[in-house]
Design a protein. Structure first.
Lengths: 324, 138
């Protein structure tokens, strides 16, 4: 009788703890932006530690702001010097090349121009006292090509053939990190929702709001389950100079995308299986718009919400609940 | 070596005491009641929205949005105001001032971030969306 009583007592005391579930979560910073994730499952604690360690290591390897990262070393190296690079760099390099081939505009070698426009993490201040001249842009354009970088996969080195060439994997690094972190959680049997700077992947049904490009209420909401979403916009990193908005997503001509158009794309949200693909294609959509990218999206079964200065367009099957 | 029978005498009191006295029943009832109440509270009472403040990457505090409050961090160089169900970083000595320019937030999962201080102010609560895609990058 007493033993049963004691057992009942223990169960009742432990019940609240059990009912709150096995969860683990994190809220921190990476790649100059926030990240957060929520894990559910018995191995959540272990998965959380592994994800945090992976993200910290990735930032050390790929961040343009970390002086010791492989990307920084390449960017500051002289031409014809072979720089050793980690596997993550090789993956980013090859995936970027793949996306460039797929889209013809996705280009991580535009970094010298990004810096010229003062949109790099170290130069951005939210304001500008000048705009780069057409000549300074023209001078840098030839450098801004992946062809300038030679990857030796066996030796695991990268060599640039021109001084001043620079890389930045910002267009797919978040998506890649989200995909990998999600995989880590999955390998530990944990159900995950991972969000790095607004690029999200989820293993359960969640409601996601699309931020409005011009502030105020959300632009739309959408339900996701076992898929990813990424958004690019002209409001994420921009300044206004002489009444004109200049933003950080550059087109192949070296100018912010849509700057001379009457009705430019101001925000692009892509939904699909891979966060990295969503990341790359949301940037691509900003630059080329729906006409060119629409077929590509549909071919791989991805959806998108494209918001223009006036109006919006939805591509694919996802049900966006529009609020604008 | 002490005589065993003497030792038995010291413990003999406890062996003779009632195993389950009235006091024990009262304590047990109180503990069970507490356990039951905590289970109920988890499910019945919805949380009001709160502002979770992370500073230098660690959770610094979590405040209800219902109470007007001024939070100062980093020796008063960072000022966070909570008022009328909204929260904002009203002052900061960081270079870019992105956090300050974000203004007031009030919806669940909206956040204000300041990278140099690894400061995050994020709204938690029931209802609202689970995640937000797009937004200001620091």
């Amino acid at each position: 009788m007493r033993k049963e009583f004691a057992l009942l007592l223990v169960i009742l005391l432990v019940l609240p703890l059990i009912l709150t579930g096995c969860k683990a979560g994190e809220e921190n910073f990476i790649f100059g932006t926030y990240y957060r994730f929520e894990l559910r499952g018995s191995k959540s604690g272990a998965a959380k530690r592994e994800i945090n360690a992976f993200l910290a290591a990735l930032e050390k390897e790929l961040s343009t702001s970390h002086a010791q990262s492989a990307v920084s070393k390449i960017n500051h190296s002289q031409k014809d010097v072979s720089v050793p690079v980690p596997d993550s760099f090789i993956t980013m390099f090859k995936e970027s090349a793949r996306f460039y081939e797929m889209t013809e505009v996705f280009n991580p070698a535009l970094f010298p121009l990004v810096e010229l426009w003062n949109f790099s993490p170290d130069t951005f201040t939210g304001a500008a006292s000048y705009i780069p001249s057409a000549q300074s842009i023209a001078e840098l354009l030839p450098l801004c090509s992946l062809d300038v970088f030679l990857l030796d996969e066996n030796a695991k080195t990268v060599t640039k053939t021109q001084d001043g060439a620079k890389l930045d994997f910002g267009g797919i690094a978040k998506g890649y990190a989200v995909d990998r972190a999600y995989e880590i959680a999955k390998n530990r049997g944990a159900n995950a929702v991972i969000n790095i700077g607004g690029t999200i992947k989820t293993g359960r049904e969640i409601t996601v709001a699309v931020a409005s490009p011009r502030g105020g209420d959300y632009a739309a909401t959408v339900t996701l389950n076992n898929e990813s979403v990424a958004t690019s916009g002209d409001y994420e990193r921009y300044y206004i100079y002489d009444g004109v908005r200049y933003h950080h997503i550059l087109a192949p001509d070296g100018y912010p995308s849509g700057i001379n158009e009457d009705n430019p794309v101001i925000s692009a949200t892509v939904i699909g299986e891979s966060a990295m693909v969503c990341d790359a294609l949301s940037t691509t959509l900003m630059i080329v718009g729906a006409d060119k990218a629409g077929k590509l999206l549909t071919a791989i079964g991805y959806s998108a919400l494209i918001i223009y200065k006036d109006g919006y367009l939805i591509i694919g099957d996802k049900d966006f609940e529009m609020l604008i | 070596m002490k005589c065993l029978s003497e030792k038995a005498g010291v413990y003999g009191h406890y062996r003779n005491a009632k195993l389950f006295s009235k006091r024990d029943i009262v304590i047990l009832a109180a503990v069970l009641l507490l356990a039951a109440v905590s289970v109920v509270l988890l499910f019945v009472f919805p949380e009001g929205s709160r502002a979770d403040i992370y500073f230098e990457g660690e959770l610094y505090a979590s405040y209800s949005l219902n109470q007007k409050r001024t939070v100062e961090l980093n020796g008063g160089k960072i000022v966070i105001e909570i008022d009328g169900g909204k929260v904002a970083v009203t002052e900061n000595d960081c270079k870019d001032q992105i956090c300050v320019r974000t203004g007031y937030i009030s919806r669940v999962n909206e956040r204000i971030v300041c990278l140099p201080y690894r400061l995050t102010v994020v709204i938690r609560g029931k209802g609202g969306v689970d995640e937000i895609t797009g937004g200001i990058q620091s």
